[in-house]
Ligand binder design. Sequence first.
Ligand SMILES: [Zn+2]
Length: 256
Amino acid sequence: MTPVTTDISSPSSPASAIQAATELLRNARRIVVFSGAGLSRASGIPTYRDADGLWKSQNALQFSHAEDLQRDPAGFTKFWAQRLSMIESAQPNPGHTALALLQRLRPATRLVTQNVDGLLTLAGGQDVLELHGSLRRWRCDRCGNRSGPWPFHRCLRCGSHARPDVVMFGEMLNEGVLLDAQVAAQECDLFMVVGSTTIVYPAAELPQTALSHGARLITLNLEPLPHLDDAAAVVLRGTSEELLPQLLAGVPGSRG
Ligand SMILES: [Zn+2]
């Protein structure tokens, strides 16, 4: 099947673009929604790319590798505990809520995210594939213990330093999670990118996998995605917290 590109991305016709995207959501059998930092921006979570974001600080450079834990356990733990407290005070926004609702209405929907804030799950999302892990969980690299609650300093089982269960710079993604996301991309007939620049691996690869297996593509992002928008059936330009609730309003069952 050759995807038909619907030329509705012009800013003058946002209503028809939303209508076309809703139509795709209604008719899809298997949907994958791939989300990035843009989804959580309205919840106050700074992104790597925000110029004034916490991630740009000198500390972020010092403590973004797992080996930094051995070099400076106290500094490492303090840095990540600060990020956790910021995430713990954040609430899901209407974009998260809309995606969780989509999954309730269309249970074959898989939610894949680059975000480590856990807000999709908090909004009611089920079995969220967190490609970069979750800052809400901690683990022990020495004995593999992941059960908490963590005191943030020491593993309760072996006494080693605990670390956040997130993928740090220089580390591999969790193979099982990545495989589930790849299979979901292969099997879906609709792939939607939400608030992700889809430049870094594997974000760059998953939409292409879906397209090469015949899926239609929706891109929803504040900025243009030059490498993807041309292949998309529908391009939505704007914020996820505004656009996703509008999309969901047209999916049967969303109004109770
Ligand atoms: Zn341990």
